[in-house]
Design a protein around this ligand. Structure first.
Ligand code: GSH
Length: 204
């Protein structure tokens, strides 16, 4: 049984969706109402996943741990496809996540409204370039099922769907190619995603 520390709508949402896709039991704990969360994760960020007293941190590493611990078609057997899965996951977690992170950072850190808006627009341009890359990757695999993960949404697809929701918080022009939009909507329409959002609300 896992315990997942989360912040509503944050990247921890992707871990909860994956736990559901893999039919794993878990309890949710809101980080914002956890005293001394720093004792769980000294970096003071979610996700943190606890199992039998062991704490797992770093979203991409947690995803890999889950994929390898609970066999499913989301963790392919061939080394080549495993590498592709890891590459997609790292692209999401190490490129797209920080690109969206700049929007949140600027909103809090830049007091001057005009300077802030300029920064946000530059950050959005970088995000748009990254969405183009996702579009290319999906187009290259268009006969494989519609997700980066193939017929099922993989860790990268789920992370990307979570990040895409963040764009609505900012007055910037985020452009997502049609094939990516379709993939994101399919992920968000899944029972796992809808149930995860509801569970966050009732655990707040
Ligand atoms: N490198 C970490 C970054 C995690 C991260 O930035 N989490 C954000 C939510 S998406 C967070 O907890 N923010 C709260 C804060 O910075 O206070 C990971 O990939 O797990």
């Amino acid at each position: 049984m896992y315990t997942l520390y989360f912040i509503p709508s944050a990247c921890s949402l992707a871990i909860q969706v994956m736990l559901r896709e893999l039919n794993q039991a878990f309890t949710l704990v809101n980080q914002q109402s956890t005293e001394n969360f720093i004792a769980v994760n000294p970096a003071n960020v979610v996700p943190a996943l606890v199992e039998n007293g062991k704490v797992y941190t770093e979203g991409a590493a947690i995803m890999l741990h889950l994929l390898r611990t609970h066999p499913s078609e989301l963790w392919p057997s061939s080394v080549g496809l495993q590498q592709q899965t890891i590459e997609d996951l790292m692209f999401a977690n190490a490129s797209m996540h920080p690109a969206y992170g700049r929007l949140f950072f600027a909103t809090h850190a830049i007091a001057n409204e005009q300077a802030r808006q300029l920064f946000l627009e530059e950050a959005a341009k970088q995000i748009n370039k990254l969405w183009q890359v996702v579009g290319l990757r999906l187009a290259q695999r268009e006969n494989e099922g519609g997700y980066l993960g193939g017929r099922m949404p993989g860790a990268a697809d789920i992370f990307l769907a979570v990040y895409a929701r963040w764009g609505a918080h900012f007055f910037v022009d985020i452009q997502i190619p049609d094939n990516v939009q379709q993939m994101l909507e399919s992920v968000m329409a899944r029972q796992s995603f809808k149930a995860a959002l509801l569970a966050e609300q009732s655990s707040t």
